[in-house]
Design a protein around this ligand. Structure first.
Ligand code: ASP
Length: 309
């Protein structure tokens, strides 16, 4: 059994080696490595899985390469509305925010909801009011402006499409970020953070801030963070479904992940993937798309970093 373990993702989708430059690939790998290191620093010092998840996700949110935090995609009216959630497997404590703007680290605001409110999910203006009350860190529009994301919005508007974080049909990426971790105390946790879909309207919210859909953690079963076409992940209640298959059917983490990602989701057209671990330190990183930015590390083992299938 591993003393501790951590896995992260930076989104799934049509990530093809043919459209990747060596420089870009190196930059992604470095970012994934930094995020694992941020989480592992906590775990190494016998810290909590929940803190490791928050730290790893903050690292990815602070990186413009990913569709979360400063790299969040644009809504139809040129705003950055972000969603995030996290859950503690020990006591099922959970916190989430949806449709928040100008929050530097949405995952830490979700943590604030978990720790400092009686609620699980806060949205929009109310979530911002709460963020001010707990002194969350705010950032201005310039911090969230990434030219590549703005170009994606312009292209999506031209085609009148609501799209996942992608440049064109050949390169479709879901740049959401997430982390799952097991600490030396035997507790597991999961978290997810995203800007959602480019050109989204009407306060659209995906699976990422929905406990049970995009994020779930229970010491008895598993910790899960999803990335992909959120509408399908919500309909399939993906994260909780994997937990249920383990709890009620006695399936292993691997078996449960395979059924949900490679069969159930595929049958309804749900493209994407997820990261999963259990309290024994088993890790699964399944995806039904061409690729998924992913990395994992178990205590005493080498780090794994993957991008393509
Ligand atoms: N699942 C996210 C959403 O639908 C998108 C992603 O994973 O990139 O909002």
């Amino acid at each position: 059994m591993s003393k501790y373990a951590i896995a992260i993702h930076g989104g799934a989708g049509t990530i093809l080696k043919s459209t990747m430059t060596p420089e870009k690939e190196l930059a992604y790998k470095k970012s994934l490595q930094d995020a694992i290191n941020a989480g592992e620093t906590v775990l190494k010092k016998d810290g909590r899985a929940l803190d490791a998840v928050e730290m790893a996700i903050r690292s990815l949110e602070n990186d413009p390469l990913f569709n979360a935090g400063c790299g969040a995609v644009f809504t139809n009216d040129g705003k950055n509305e972000m969603d995030a959630s996290l859950m503690n497997g020990k006591d099922l404590a959970a916190g989430a925010v949806a449709g928040v703007m100008h929050i530097k680290n949405p995952i830490s605001l979700a943590r604030g909801v978990m720790d400092k409110s009686d609620h699980v999910l806060l949205t929009g203006a109310g979530a911002i009011e709460f963020a001010k009350k707990i002194n969350a860190e705010f950032a201005d529009d310039a911090y969230f402006f990434v030219q590549m994301r703005y170009d994606q919005l312009e292209a999506a508007k031209k085609e009148n499409k609501i799209v996942m974080d992608h440049n064109d049909d050949k390169e479709k990426k879901f740049g959401t970020v997430g982390a799952v971790a097991l600490d030396v105390h035997g507790d597991i946790a999961a978290g997810t953070s995203t800007g959602g879909m480019t050109n989204k309207k009407f306060g659209r919210v995906g699976d990422s801030p929905i406990i049970g859909a995009g994020t779930y953690a229970n010491n008895k079963t598993c910790a899960i963070s999803c990335t992909g076409h959120g509408e399908f992940f919500m309909k399939a209640v993906v994260a909780y479904d994997i937990s249920c298959l383990m709890e009620y059917k006695g399936l292993s983490l691997k078996e449960a992940c395979n059924i949900v990602v490679m069969d159930k989701l595929v049958k309804i057209g749900g493209e994407g993937g997820l990261i999963a671990l259990d309290a024994k330190g088993n890790i699964e990183l399944p995806f039904n798309s061409d690729g998924m930015y992913r990395a994992s590390k178990k205590s005493g083992e080498e780090m794994f970093i993957g991008i393509y299938r």
